[in-house]
Each structure stands twice: as C-alpha cells, then as structure tokens.
Design a protein around this ligand. Structure first.
Ligand code: DTR
Ligand code: CA
Ligand code: ZN
Ligand code: ZN
Length: 449
C-alpha cells in the first residue's frame, strides 16, 4: 500500500443543564437575551444548554491547514493573493459539509478582489441574529496564524460544534470570515454598509475574535457592551482566569464596523505588539517586558507562534458566548429519529475498507434530503481516511476523501441528500485507511432522519 510521501512513520456529550450565573442575568437585564423559560419570579436563572468543549486539537488542525495553504501560495494568505481565497475555500468546504448555508460576498480593495464568507445555521428567529466573526486575511509578510488564523479557526470550530451538537438556538446564528481587515476593516465594513437598516436592526450582537492565541498571552475582554462583556468575564472568572478590558484602542478590528452602526459588540483578544507588564506576568504567567505577540505582522507568525492554553480557553469562551447569547437549547431529535451503532470496528492500516452496519426500521418512504450522518472515528493522521455512507441498495455517498490533514480523529456530522434512497434497511459506514503508518477504529456512528 502506498505511504504518503514524506510521511513520518507512524504516528463525549452529555448536555450539561446548568443554571446560568449572573452572566446570563446581566445579559437578560440588558435585554440582549430573551429566555422564554426564564421564570417570572426571582428564582434561579432558567437552565439552558451549556456549550460543549471545543477540542483545541481540532482548532489547531485548522491552523495547520492555514499554514499549508500559505506555504503553497507564496507564503501568505493576504488580501488579493491566492492564499486568501484558498483559505476561504477551505473554511467554506467544512461548513457546507456540516449543513450550513454559506455565501461569498465579493468586493474590491486596492485594485484586488476581496471576499467575505458568511455562514448561516438554519433555524432560530431570523429577527434576532447573533453573529460571530474573524478576519481571515493575513498581512503579506507571513502566514498570519495568530493574526488571524487563531480567530478564524476558533470561529470555524465553534460553528462545526453547533452542527455536531444539533444546537437549536432560539436566535439565528450567523458566522463570518472577513477579507481585507489588514487594509483597514474593508471586508466587514463592506458587509455592514450593504445591509439594509432593517437587516442591521436584526443583529442583536456581533462577537469578534482577532488574535486569541498569542504566545505570551493576556486575557482581554472587549468592554464595548456591558452585557456581552459580562458573559465573557464571568466565564473566565468561573475558570479562575483573571481578565482585563481590551485597551489597545477601539477601531482596531472588525467589531468597529458593527459598533459604528450601533450594533452591540464584544469579543476576546490575547494581545499584539504591546509589552506585557510585570503585574500582568504575575497574574497570567508568561514574560514581562516581552510583547504579547513578538511575531505580530511578521513572517514568524506561524503555527509555532501559538499558546495552546490561550487558544483553548478562548475557543471555549467563544462557544460559551454563542450558546449563551443564542439562548437556545440543544434538543436531541425526537426518539425514533436517530439510529446508532456504537460497536468498535478496527480499521486495517493501509488495508481494505471495513464497514459498520446500521439497521433502520419503522420509517416510511425515503430518507430525507438532509440526512445527518454523525461519525466518531478515532484515528491518528485522519488525512489517511476515506469515508463513505452506503445506502441499503448499495449506493455509496462520499463523506470524506483522504487529504493532508495531520490532525487526529474524525468527529463531525455530515449532511447527505439521501432523498432517492428508501429509509428502511441496512445502511453502512464504509471506512478505508489509504496510507500506512497510522491506525484506528470506528468508535460509533449514527443516522438522524
Ligand atoms: N488590528 C488587529 C490587531 C489588533 C490590534 N489591537 C487590537 C485590539 C483588538 C483586536 C485586535 C487588535 C490586526 O492587526 O489584525
Ligand atoms: Ca477546549
Ligand atoms: Zn493584523
Ligand atoms: Zn488581526
């Protein structure tokens, strides 16, 4: 069996229902959140779905992809350069596979074509929109992994977690990746300027994530909107992590485009070129007298320019913000709509495909056009894997091709148009490890009709 050129040889959810703390009460007081379940009396805040942990390994896998994209496209992912559009295509591909409604918005800046990527999660009240965004472009001098692959990857992984969890927010969720931020917030301003006043009024909050994995990190929370600020500050406080308000000056990232038209904004930041003080080093660790990100806007802003703890904490805080402000619940599909096989099936290293069967009964007619296929495959170097859904009549639907994604495990949900297939019968998940030196197994998989 082939080995990947240059390869080095080898190599859970329970819905926690927790009463929210003052953070939600604070946001409720500010009218940002509506919680139909909120008791009229002064009892504890209504329980709501808690955000899942965001696997930092998944976030870092996206950063590895951004690094590879830069390396293959002149060393950067800057506006007007091929690396930017390749980054956008990567993000869009993940979102399309997860069932988002995506759109690309084109604009021109400095004589070059720029692109914004907008992804809507179907459902929720479209008159109450919660947005989370990050600029996807780098400067011309490097790959821009912290600035701003970190924000882009964390927003992407949170969106994918929404799909994996089947999160059904009361409000409508929209995610965005901006072009040409480094040229002066060009993409986000173009987006806002092209919204009607009515559509602007529907956006309850815009959350911005620009540089959230700095190697000598601080933990800064935007203080533009008190209710949003409180949601993030309380999350960090509950983790025992002190925060400061972000003071590098308003207007320094894409949230300014939204704030300028009166939309409540918030966000997180781990610092750029400014120097960490002694007091800050005492509370956060790291090195006093050194920049929060010494590779800011430099060629050394690579995957080695990331503090994993900061990236992990900010990714989890991001998800908490989306779940809390989305004021929804993660309601599992009604019983009888989900079928699961949790029997482990070993996948032979570089060998022939294996199959895990799943018997579907009691349904009438054909499968839906948006059949959700949840997979949980434990496997080092997931780029080796080819994954297909096989319908009862033997028709195969490609879910995943092999690629150079060096991350571990495939834990995600695909959406398949299976409307030409009879629902009842034995479906199969077919997995093949196409390259030697890494191995794993199918842990579980499920079909949701
Ligand atoms: N302008 C951002 C980096 C940046 C500098 N200060 C802040 C404050 C808040 C968010 C981001 C920033 C960039 O270079 O992309
Ligand atoms: Ca995490
Ligand atoms: Zn920058
Ligand atoms: Zn930035």
């Amino acid at each position: 069996m082939p080995t990947r050129a240059g390869r080095r040889p080898s190599r859970r959810t329970s819905l926690r229902r927790a009463a929210l703390g003052a953070g939600l009460a604070g946001a409720l007081a500010a009218g940002l959140l509506t919680s139909a379940a909120a008791p009229a009396t002064a009892g504890p805040a209504a329980p709501t779905a808690a955000a899942p942990d965001i696997p930092v390994a998944n976030v870092k896998a996206h950063l590895s992809q951004f690094q590879s994209i830069a390396a293959a496209n002149g060393g950067n992912r800057a506006h007007g350069r091929p690396g930017y559009r390749a980054s956008l295509d990567y993000v869009k591909g993940k979102l399309d596979a997860a069932g988002f409604t995506t759109s690309i918005q084109q604009f021109t800046s400095s004589g070059a074509t720029g692109y914004n990527l907008i992804a809507d999660w179907p459902g929720g009240d479209t008159n109450q929109v919660i947005m989370a965004g990050a600029h996807l472009d780098s400067v011309g001098s490097g790959a821009g992994i912290n600035d701003n692959g970190s924000g882009s990857a964390a927003v992407l992984e949170t969106a994918l977690a929404v799909a994996r969890e089947g999160y059904r927010p009361g409000k409508h969720l929209r995610f965005a990746w901006w072009g040409a931020e480094e040229l002066g917030l060009v993409g986000s301003r173009y987006y806002v300027n092209n919204l009607s006043a009515t559509d602007r009024s529907k956006i309850d909050a815009y959350l911005n994530f620009d540089m959230i994995g700095s190697p000598n990190p601080g933990y800064f929370v935007y203080d533009d909107d008190p209710a949003i600020e409180k949601v993030f500050k309380d999350w960090f406080a509950a983790k025992g992590v002190p925060t400061e308000i972000e003071t590098e000056g308003d207007g320094r990232s894409d949230h300014a485009s939204f704030k300028n038209v009166g939309i409540p904004v918030g966000g997180l930041f781990t610092g750029a070129g400014r120097t960490k003080t002694t007091a800050q080093a005492q509370k956060w660790g790291g090195t006093a007298g050194r920049a929060f990100d010494p590779c800011y806007h430099s060629s050394c802003d690579t995957t080695s320019n990331i503090n994993d703890t900061a990236l992990d904490r900010n990714s989890d805080a991001l998800a908490h913000g989306v779940w809390t402000l989305g004021s929804g619940t993660t309601t599992p599909p009604p019983s009888g709509d989900t079928f699961e096989n949790a029997t482990d099936v070993s996948i032979p290293d570089g060998g022939s495909a294996v199959e895990s069967p799943l018997s579907v009964t009691g349904r009438s007619g054909n499968a839906p056009s948006a059949l959700r296929v949840g997979v949980d495959i434990k496997h080092t170097y997931r780029g080796d894997l080819v994954v297909d859904l096989v319908a009862p009549d033997g028709s195969a639907y490609r879910l995943k091709n092999s690629d150079n994604d060096s991350g571990d495990d495939v834990i995600t949900t695909y959406t398949v148009d299976a409307s030409t297939e009879a629902a009842n019968g034995t479906w199969k998940l077919r997995v093949r490890d196409a390259y030697r030196y890494d191995s794993g197994y199918i842990d579980s998989w499920r079909l949701t009709f």
